[in-house]
Design a protein around this ligand. Structure first.
Ligand SMILES: Cc1cc2nc3c(=O)[nH]c(=O)nc-3n(C[C@H](O)[C@H](O)[C@H](O)COP(=O)(O)O)c2cc1C
Ligand code: SF4
Length: 678
């Protein structure tokens, strides 16, 4: 038996959890019709297979119709969910893991224009900034109805084979009652702490009566809202003790902070560049004050920190939730003493931001997550080994190299630069985004173990490729900044990459025209403004930086708002002309009838990239498939069989930004889904 603190079993009431690592509740937004169908099941079971002790599925499944699924939540208020839950719990149990589900009523944290278009309810009329609904103040019949809904939902979950239910009590209805900031009720459910906690206890009592004692009930709650006038630390400790003393629940899952705004949410679930394990000591204080089973998760991405959390007795179970989105097999790798092989979570929060903007969570650098039905987490060996030549060692090229090498192929990579990384190396120039380089470092480590040959500082041409006599050539050369967007004066502008790479010095009065709306524009703005310049970020869109998304925007705003930066939406830079040592920017608008001017000393254009595809077109005539990809085969997961040029000597493919400017996830997904079938 190992003496690794993380691998010790833990007794939670009647359950024996096989180790100390859990996946905390999170809604990846994979439900179909509000049900956990095949995709959801495959995602959940993969983590159980990987060895986690318990997976808490569903980010807050909704218990009531007036808690509509604002991020595609599971609908725990429907009886038809029971058989779907049963299939998932059976499959997870078969893998030796426990499984719980989080239930909630979202209260004001939702919208009335979803689901059945019922009014949003809360213990006050105050709106939540993030979801914007002005709620109806709860009446007595609402409260009685919702308490019953919780009990009904808990009963369904028990019937579905769940080991337990956790209530979400941070930012949702339960703690909207508890917090003095959001409870304006009189009478039994408003006023004193006793009254404000009454709803929570009524719900737990009703659930316990329904599910009996042999079922885990827990609560994930904020023990310090970190808001003036809200639940503070002292109140939080008192609330924790009362929860323990109620005798109704079996563990505490500690959160610190509030989630009613994007910045608040980002402090609760910290993004890259923010400190690791920021609330671990606080969770430890709650455990010390209550001497009660305590769980916690918040940016504990690596095994060493998780081990410390358990060994130091700060908490009983450690959540590594995003870490398991990036690598579902963490525990297996710890047991096999292969911690180096764990694919690291880089805290990009692409997963979270996509829930709202893209409709479902994907991991920025594990394209198999959420696609378990079609994409493998463990790459099987090929039947026939081939020679695969890859040009470009950015995220797409390295993923292709890793996957092809896992297949058993002989892989050679050419890269023109002296380092791998491509655009990610530029991204990681920002101190705050340094963690991104792990996307590259992990792949390089894997490729080295798998015997991939690298040629850096090598500009590959058709002769270089021919000399390798390849069976397959993959062009992953990325792109170059595309700045030719003006009707006049394109030669006067620089690109966001010029600034980020340090090739061009920032000006003092700078206009950034950003209609790509991705990270590069804001990164450049930050570099320039930090150098002391005045910066205007202009976009023709309705909002700036739409591709950066909500939580990713938070650190930028925290930085840029303190500097001399202004944001201008709905205006388009049309032309530029030189005037002495200044540049006159001609500004119009897609809405028409506008002709403004700005005088600046530097214009930066952020407009994505143009594919670097010369080599691809040079190699095309000599290929068997003339570069053609069968999308049907690609999507169905079959090997590519196009052979439009039988005289050709190799298959030729192009991936990532060498095809068209997209993002890191798209580049890695391109590579995985092509290379897994070579
Ligand atoms: C895609 C996604 C959805 C989430 N949804 C929920 C949720 O509905 N309820 C909840 O309590 N936490 C939710 N979380 C937060 C996680 O449970 C966890 O607290 C958070 O990711 C921090 O832990 P980590 O750093 O180990 O990932 C979500 C996290 C992610 C990544
Ligand atoms: S997208 Fe980023 S934060 Fe989310 S799981 Fe992947 S690496 Fe971690």
């Amino acid at each position: 038996m190992s003496n690794d603190p993380l691998l010790q079993p833990y007794k939670l009431k009647h359950l024996t959890l096989r180790n100390r690592i859990i996946v905390t509740s999170h809604e990846p937004a994979y439900p179909e019709d509000g049900m956990p169908k095949e995709r959801y099941r495959a995602y959940t079971v993969e983590r159980a297979k990987g060895g986690v002790a318990m997976t808490m599925t569903a980010g807050s499944a909704a218990v009531s119709k007036d808690s509509p699924p604002v991020f595609n939540n599971l609908l725990a208020y429907k009886d038809e969910i029971v058989p779907w839950v049963r299939e998932m719990t059976d499959a997870v149990h078969e893998q030796g893991a426990a499984i719980m589900i989080q239930l909630t009523h979202l209260g004001r944290r939702t919208r009335w224009d979803k689901g059945d278009w019922l009014p949003v309810v809360a213990p006050s009329h105050q709106r939540e900034a993030s979801h914007r609904a002005f709620p109806k103040k709860l009446e007595d019949w609402d409260i009685a109805r919702i308490i019953k809904d919780f009990a009904d939902a808990a009963e369904r979950m028990k019937a579905g084979g769940m080991d337990g239910v956790e209530l979400e009590a941070y930012g949702h209805l339960i703690d909207q009652f508890t917090s003095p900031l959001t409870n304006e009720l009189d009478g039994p459910y408003g006023g004193s702490l006793d009254n404000r906690m009454r709803f929570c206890f009524d719900v737990f009592r009703a659930m316990r009566e329904r599910v009996g004692d042999d079922f885990i009930l827990g609560v994930r709650y904020t023990a310090d809202e970190c808001l003036p006038g809200g639940t503070g630390k002292e109140d939080g400790i008192e609330i924790s003790r009362r929860l323990r003393d109620s005798g109704l629940i079996d563990y505490l899952n500690v959160i610190r902070g509030h989630i009613d705004t994007d910045p608040g949410l980002t402090d609760v679930i910290p993004i890259q560049g923010m400190a690791n394990s920021p609330h671990l000591d606080f969770a430890g204080e709650i455990r010390a004050a209550t001497n009660f089973p305590t769980f916690h998760a918040a940016k504990i991405p690596d095994v060493a920190t998780a081990r410390h959390a358990i060994a130091a007795g700060k908490i009983d179970m450690v959540g590594m939730t995003r870490a398991h989105m990036t690598d579902p097999h963490i525990v297996r790798k710890i047991i096999e003493k292969r911690e180096d092989d764990i694919r690291p979570c880089v805290g990009a929060n692409y997963c979270l931001d996509r829930i709202y903007q893209g409709g479902m969570a994907f991991c920025i650098h594990n394209a198999a997550t959420g696609r378990e039905q079609t994409m493998p987490h463990t790459i099987p060996k090929a039947d026939i080994y081939k020679k695969v030549v890859i040009v470009g060692a950015g995220p797409a090229g390295l993923e292709a190299a890793r996957v092809a090498a896992e297949r058993g192929h002989m892989v050679v990579v050419f890269e023109a630069a002296n380092n791998p990384g491509g655009q990610i190396r530029l991204t990681a120039q920002s101190e705050r985004r340094r963690e991104m380089i792990s996307i590259i470092d992990w792949r390089m480590g894997q490729c080295e173990k798998l015997g991939v040959t690298f040629h850096f500082n090598t500009w590959a041409d058709a002769n270089t490729i021919a000399a390798e006599n390849p069976d397959v050539v993959i062009i992953a050369t990325g792109g170059l900044p595309h700045t030719e967007v003006l009707s006049k004066g394109n030669e006067l502008v620089v690109s966001s990459w010029d600034i980020i790479s340090g090739d061009v010095k920032p000006g003092t009065n700078v206009l950034i025209f950003d209609d790509a709306g991705d990270h590069a524009g804001l990164q450049a703005a930050e570099f320039i403004a930090k150098a002391g310049a005045k910066v205007e970020i202009m976009t023709p869109d309705r909002s700036f930086a739409p591709e950066v998304m909500a939580m990713n925007l938070v650190p930028y705003m925290r930085s840029l708002q303190k500097l001399d930066v202004t944001f201008t939406v709905t205006y388009r830079l049309e032309a530029a002309e030189k005037s002495g040592n200044q540049i006159i920017a001609h500004v119009g608008s897609d809405y028409g009838g506008v002709a403004k001017r700005r005088t600046v000393d530097q214009i930066v254009v952020n407009h994505g990239t143009i594919p670097l595809d010369d080599l691809y077109f040079e190699l095309k005539p000599g290929s068997k498939n003339l570069g053609e990809v069968s999308y049907d085969e690609l999507i169905s997961g079959a090997p590519q069989t196009v052979e439009s040029n039988p005289a050709g000597s190799y298959q030729l493919f192009r991936i990532g930004d060498a095809v068209a400017a997209r993002n890191t996830h798209a580049a890695i997904y391109d590579a995985l889904r092509l290379a897994k079938d070579i």
